[in-house]
Design a binder for this molecule. Structure first.
Ligand SMILES: CC(=O)N[C@H]1[C@@H](OP(=O)(O)O)O[C@H](CO)[C@@H](O)[C@@H]1O
Length: 408
């Protein structure tokens, strides 16, 4: 993009200030900021002006989950169907790993965190070990797509190569980067991180399929005849990936999405809850859950919204492609954003000073016609590492790993 074109685009969105230091930049930096201006979706900044209209929910009603007893009664049949789909190469997995281990006190990609005590055991390693169990069971490799971000792509690739992909077949591992979104002040003006660099952050986990497309990954999906994609989060070390029983149940129930859920351990547990919204499958994120929904009871007196998602979804590719052109709701998150002050000096704020814009994978569920919430045993499949200590931490995950026979 030329300087003229950049100016034109910036003027349209009232962001001309980002070129304030353009004259001071060297040629490479100039090109850098022009490229950034070209690739940044600025229409989303308009969102700031209509904050109230964003991500508004419709009428929420309960959605029943397939519970453990029903799953047990059909385990063999579901598993056989799932294994068959895997053997036919119809199933792939997508690891959402764009994040850093900042909250764990690490500067590395989150997946590089070592949860081992007497020997090294990295989060990535735990996940690959889990997937390997299915590879052995099905006697078939499963394509694993790894979503990284600008912040951690090179480190992630180098780390996995250095460790020989923890025994996974490298031909079945593919990397792609999630896109970045601009971060702004409270007036919707983009911050500068450096004189030649807009302040940006990963665009949320809802952009994963579009990013796969933009990075040429769908060519692989089509070439290989992949029909189902299991997306999952990097932070859950007990995550069962490409679980044949889950895949089989989703296929047999004729659903276009499956979502692994756990019975909530408290009404205010920090998990999104499965529900129907205006009659379609949906998820209300924990910070948007009203007291009324939190305490609602069904006819049996049980909590009506009792199934929390563990960020493990199985999507039908065909249906993902159908919704690709649809706009996703944007979530605005208040954050501490490093920026340059009036004198061009870098500032690391102590308190939130602006917005980041994210689209969320759970909003994709609402765009789908049907979803099977599939209950799993919490202590066998859910050990998320969000913090260093306390609830959902390295400590609690270690306890659960040990309980499941993993030697730390
Ligand atoms: C946008 C999104 O996918 N949020 C997920 C995700 O939330 P966190 O804020 O990352 O903890 O993980 C939770 C499970 O650990 C899940 O319940 C929730 O819905």
């Amino acid at each position: 993009m030329t300087l003229e074109q950049a100016k034109e685009k910036l003027a349209k969105y009232g962001q001309e200030h980002v070129l304030k230091y353009y004259g001071e930049l060297n040629e490479e930096e100039k090109q850098g900021i022009l490229d950034q201006i070209e690739t940044t979706d600025m229409s989303i900044l308009e969102a700031c002006k209509h904050k109230e209209d964003l991500a508004k929910k419709g009428v929420i009603t309960p959605l029943a989950a397939m519970q453990l007893d029903e799953i047990e009664a059909n385990r063999e049949e579901f598993t056989a169907t799932g294994i068959e789909a895997i053997r036919q190469g119809k199933v792939a997995a997508v690891l959402l790993a764009g994040g850093m281990g900042t909250r764990l006190g690490s500067d590395n990609p989150k997946g590089m965190y070592n949860v081992g005590l007497t020997h090294e055991l990295y989060i990535f390693e735990c996940l690959i070990n889990n997937l390997m169990e299915v590879v052995h069971q099905a006697d078939s490799w499963i394509h694993l797509f790894v979503m990284t971000s600008d912040k951690n792509n090179d480190a992630t690739i180098a780390f996995l190569k250095e460790h020989d992909f923890f025994g996974y077949n490298a031909e079945y591992v593919h990397f792609f980067k999630q896109e970045m979104a601009a971060a702004t002040d409270y007036e919707g003006k983009i911050y500068l991180e450096e004189k030649g660099k807009l302040s940006t952050s990963p665009n949320g986990n809802g952009g994963w399929f579009i990013s796969m497309k933009n990075n040429g990954m769908l060519d692989i999906v089509h070439r290989e005849g992949i029909e189902w994609i299991n997306v999952f989060a990097v932070d859950n070390v007990l995550q069962r990936i490409a679980d044949p029983c889950f895949i089989g149940a989703t296929i047999q129930k004729n659903c276009v999405v499956g979502s692994k859920v756990v019975r909530k351990n408290a009404p205010d547990e920090k998990v999104g809850v499965m529900c129907l919204e205006d009659g379609r499958p949906s998820i209300v994120e924990y910070y948007e859950l009203t007291d009324e929904l939190m305490n609602a009871k069904d006819e049996k007196g049980e909590p009506a919204y009792n199934y929390g998602v563990i960020l493990n979804y199985l999507f039908k590719v065909q249906d993902l492609e159908k919704i690709m052109a649809e706009k996703m709701p944007l979530h605005i998150v208040e954050k501490k954003i490093p920026y340059l002050d009036e004198n061009g000096e870098p500032v690391k704020p102590e308190a939130p000073n602006g917005y980041k814009f994210e689209s969320l994978v759970l909003d994709m569920i609402h765009q789908m016609d049907s979803c099977l919430p599939f209950e799993v045993v919490r202590r066998k499949e859910f050990a998320p590492i969000k913090n260093k200590t306390g609830v959902d931490s390295v400590e609690s995950a270690r306890e659960l790993l040990t309980e499941n026979g993993v030697v730390l």
